[in-house]
Design a protein around this ligand. Sequence first.
Ligand SMILES: CC(C)(COP(=O)(O)OP(=O)(O)OC[C@H]1O[C@@H](n2cnc3c(N)ncnc32)[C@H](O)[C@@H]1OP(=O)(O)O)[C@@H](O)C(=O)NCCC(=O)NCCS
Length: 214
Amino acid sequence: MPAPLRSLNVAVDTWRDLAAVAELHLRYLSSRHPADRRTKALLTRYYEVCRDDRDTALITADHRGELVGYLCLISSLPDLYRQLLRKHWHEAIGFALRRLGHHPREMMQEFLQKIMPAIRENILPRHRGKNPLPAATPGTFELRPIVVVPRYQGTGAAPLLLKRGEDYLRSRNLTSYFLRVEAQNQRAFHFYVKSGFQVACRDGNVFLLTKSLP
Ligand SMILES: CC(C)(COP(=O)(O)OP(=O)(O)OC[C@H]1O[C@@H](n2cnc3c(N)ncnc32)[C@H](O)[C@@H]1OP(=O)(O)O)[C@@H](O)C(=O)NCCC(=O)NCCS
């Protein structure tokens, strides 16, 4: 068991090095994404969109100047995707097509359900307003994602990130939030349950967990 860290610096909304955040995302979270330069560039763009969105909070954990983990709280994934498409549509479509090559079935489903409606809505004016992505429930926040570098896992970094995130939500008068986790991600699932999340429902391979903030 790693020793708890004394000199961990956890801070809200620093938004410093988004390429470093994208790097952690790509390395430790998205094993299904093609891990190349273009994917990292698009992920960096995604976090830039998050930075420009006033509802999104990024909380980072640094240890002696090294980024060792982060947590992102978002209020509407469809809105963020829409903004990403609006600003960087050619990169987003290129990424979707490359993922289609790697994981055709899963990607085709995502493409038809999320990406095509967003393209129609944002790029083709005659469709505007006709085919919106599912609306976000106002006032709900999603934890998406939390990542801690493996050698810092078990050190208390993740609970600290979560605590800072919850302080942020409370400061906005929110009383609950939610997240999605894949069934096979047992470490993350265990972490969430010990942190007070409860299973709200299961959709195939994915659990939806919610937590009420005391
Ligand atoms: C999810 C994550 C942030 C949690 O941080 P962490 O430092 O690992 O969390 P903790 O060590 O405090 O808690 C993990 C718990 O799972 C337990 N655990 C470890 N491996 C496990 C396994 N294979 N199955 C079940 N539980 C496991 C640990 O013992 C610990 O529980 P304990 O404190 O009761 O002993 C981190 O593991 C991570 O970054 N994972 C990769 C990215 C990821 O999957 N993010 C979540 C996306 S939904």
